[in-house]
Write a protein of this length. Structure first.
Length: 401
């Protein structure tokens, strides 16, 4: 017996994506990777450590040592491997910032640390102050948390402390995010007066400081500077990472948190991934304890200093007349500004035609961008390759040799 026809089921539209994810910018660095995969392309776009400088022998030995105990493959605590936290605390203390292992939470890269801090501190609509321009992945993270992000401008190469004070008074931000040493994207460093001033304003206006320090140990000239946490320890949450000084593939970072916020960050970590890879943490702890990291870091600094110098030497002929750029004491980046009438994003297509790439500065701004700015990374290639790449870049503007 035939069955009665079924009534058509109405099809409803699926729910839209969240407003927060829609407000986050895409990463031009990640987008450029697809365009620069050809081996003939010299890309100054990615902030990539030099793979030939990774201490493969030492890291392999550290993993061998870690895997002698089955615990390296087991679940662990959310706060992280106690031996690794001890080693990180020792490094902080040796650098002038007394730190206990209990102050630290190990994260899956410092990028996760930013996410955990945002989860713990930001409600949708909250204000976050950042340096202008700012590390792009931080802008993405704060947007996904629902924050309203406001940039604090620079005057020449100095953060405008009067603007920071005024914005803090007007908006009562949850925190001010800073990369105080060899900033991404600009390579800028806050001097002692700026660090002291930022800390004083935070105390007067009652906001936290999130101090992100992935490049701190990559210094090639000048004297080391105190952490912001030394000026206002009760206000500062610090982030660190081994991605730039050991290897990014380890995905080991950490948060140095104040006691009032540490439990909330731990809960956020538990919800995010329970804990960072146990075997990677164990290997990192063995590697640091072996003493090899100091000599490896010395080799990295020596190589990167030569690469920075090669870039700075070649820029006068690589960029159009009237361009300006800074001379960072460390880190991975040079920040440049083209002369009036040029646009770094529009000029990128000509550079790619010449098999060379950089990152236009547009995406690093929380507010109105400066279209003439661009970021150049000097760490990935040898000095000779840098010189060749910048010659290609000059040719794209008609200024190369």
């Amino acid at each position: 017996m035939p069955t009665a026809p079924q009534a058509a089921v109405p099809t409803l539209d699926l729910p839209a994506r969240s407003q927060r994810v829609g407000s986050a910018k895409t990463s031009p660095v990640r987008d450029l990777l697809a365009l620069t995969q050809r081996p003939e392309v010299i890309s100054f776009a990615g902030g990539l450590p030099a793979p030939e400088l990774f201490d493969l022998e030492g890291i392999r030995s550290a993993f061998d040592a870690a895997l002698k105990a089955p615990g390296a493959l087991q679940y662990s605590t959310s706060e992280g491997d106690p031996r690794l936290r001890d080693e990180i605390a020792r490094r902080y203390t040796a650098g002038g910032l007394p730190t206990e292992a209990s102050d630290l939470i190990v994260t899956t890269g410092s990028q996760q640390g930013l996410g955990l801090i945002s989860t713990a501190l930001i409600d949708p609509g909250d204000i976050v102050l950042v340096e202008e321009p700012c590390y792009l992945a931080a802008l993405q993270t704060f947007a996904l948390a629902g924050a309203r992000v406001i940039g604090v401008p620079y005057v020449d190469d100095e953060l405008d402390l009067d603007a920071l004070e005024q914005l803090a008074a007007e908006h009562r931000p949850r925190f001010f995010y800073s990369v105080p040493t060899f900033q991404n994207p600009t390579g800028r460093t806050h001097d002692v007066a700026a660090r002291s001033g930022i800390a004083d304003i935070a105390r007067r206006r009652g906001f936290r400081i999130v101090e992100d320090e992935p490049y701190r140990e990559l210094r090639y000239s000048g004297d080391p500077l105190p952490s912001l946490a030394e000026y206002a320890p009760e206000h500062v949450i610090s982030l660190g990472s081994f991605s730039k000084v050991i290897a990014p593939g380890l995905r080991i970072g950490w948060v140095r948190a104040t006691p009032d916020i540490r439990p909330s960050i731990t809960i956020a970590k538990q919800a995010a991934d329970l804990h960072t890879s146990t075997v990677d943490q164990a290997a990192a702890a063995h590697y640091l304890a072996s003493g090899r990291s100091d000599s490896a870091l010395a080799r990295i600094r020596e190589a990167y200093a030569a690469r920075r110098d090669a870039m700075l030497d070649a820029l006068p002929e690589a960029l159009p007349p009237g361009s300006t750029w800074n001379r960072p004491d460390g880190g991975m980046f040079v920040w440049a500004r083209l002369p009036e009438g040029l646009d770094a994003a529009e000029s990128l297509s000509r550079a790619l035609t010449n098999d060379v790439a950089y990152v236009p500065g547009l995406s690093f701004y929380s507010g109105t961008p400066d279209p003439r700015t661009l970021r150049l990374s000097f760490t990935t290639y040898t000095p000779a390759r840098i010189t060749a790449g910048l010659s290609r870049l000059g040719a794209s503007w008609g200024t190369g040799r």
